[in-house]
Design a protein around this ligand. Structure first.
Ligand SMILES: [Zn+2]
Length: 108
């Protein structure tokens, strides 16, 4: 059994106070682990935050590297059109995808 001197107790309560003031016990929204955050608004543990930031960066790079002008997009849509592929499931899915991609590229 540990015996605390009054000095120990003072130090412990000081530490507890500092912790309560400066750190927040949080649950990471990504992995669900407990972590201590320096601010209450932080929602991810540090490893998850880094992972998410890297994923965002690589997503941005992918978006920047796609460059299809509208003429090419319309050509692709015409080529994939279900009318030219016996209304196959694949042609329907491809056309729906291309139409939504065209909308996205046009910023609609
Ligand atoms: Zn996490």
């Amino acid at each position: 059994m540990e015996v605390f001197t009054p000095l120990d107790e003072r130090l412990i309560s000081q530490k507890a106070k500092i912790r309560r003031i400066s750190m927040y016990q949080k649950i990471c929204l990504n992995c669900g682990c407990d972590f201590l955050a320096s601010h209450d608004w932080k929602t991810y543990c540090i490893p998850c935050f880094i992972k998410i930031q890297k994923a965002k960066e690589s997503q941005n790079l992918t978006h920047q590297s796609i460059c299809i002008d509208d003429e090419m997009m319309l050509r692709l849509i015409r080529l994939c059109h279900p009318d030219k592929h016996k209304n196959s499931e694949a042609s329907n899915k491809a056309t729906v995808f291309l139409l939504s991609l065209r909308k996205e590229l046009k910023g609609e």
